[in-house]
Design a protein around this ligand. Structure first.
Ligand code: SF4
Length: 164
């Protein structure tokens, strides 16, 4: 298990102003997004480029997707750290994830503001220094299917590093 780099406060502040995150907050209750995505007819590999490869094609597709906000909200809710979701890359979502969790669960704000190492496990931020005392049981993620048929349950069972 490698340590995650903590998003800097200015990165989190910028993420909070990001229109994609604002849209995600607004559209987060649209549970029908999976059937409306532009990616329904696109090769799933497009949204999971190999490391260091550009994700431009996927991001362009997401830019004209009518459910990009709900899609990003889902990815942030489950702590998904791989691929392109709602027009964001995994790297961009690191700071968004901190902003998302602190907005959704204000009691977690102290964790996001601390300077200790964090890990992200199924969307939960846990200070490294306080594990396992404060580590919470990872949220049970319902086995579901992403719009392009990728099984998400396996992606959320194991701890997901904020640096991925
Ligand atoms: S990944 Fe999300 S935002 Fe992008 S096209 Fe698919 S459903 Fe739309």
């Amino acid at each position: 298990m490698t340590r995650a780099r903590i998003p800097r406060p200015q990165e989190v502040a910028a993420a909070r102003r990001d229109p994609r995150l604002v849209r995600a907050v607004t559209e987060r209750h649209d549970n029908a997004w999976r059937t409306k995505g532009v990616c329904q007819t696109v090769d799933p590999e497009t949204f999971f480029p190999v490391p260091m490869a550009p994700a431009d094609v996927a991001i362009e597709l997401c830019a004209r997707c009518p459910v990009a906000g709900a899609c990003l909200a889902w990815a942030l809710s489950v702590g998904d750290c791989h691929g392109v979701w709602g027009g964001t890359t995994a790297r961009e979502r690191r700071a968004m994830l901190v902003a998302w969790r602190t907005e959704e669960q204000p009691e977690e704000r102290q964790f996001a503001d601390c300077t200790s190492d964090l890990i992200v496990s199924a969307g939960e931020l846990v200070p490294q220094s306080r594990r396992p005392v404060t580590a919470r049981i990872p949220r049970q993620v319902e086995r579901t299917t992403q719009p392009f048929g990728k099984d998400t349950a396996l992606m959320t069972r194991e701890p997901i590093r904020a640096s991925c």
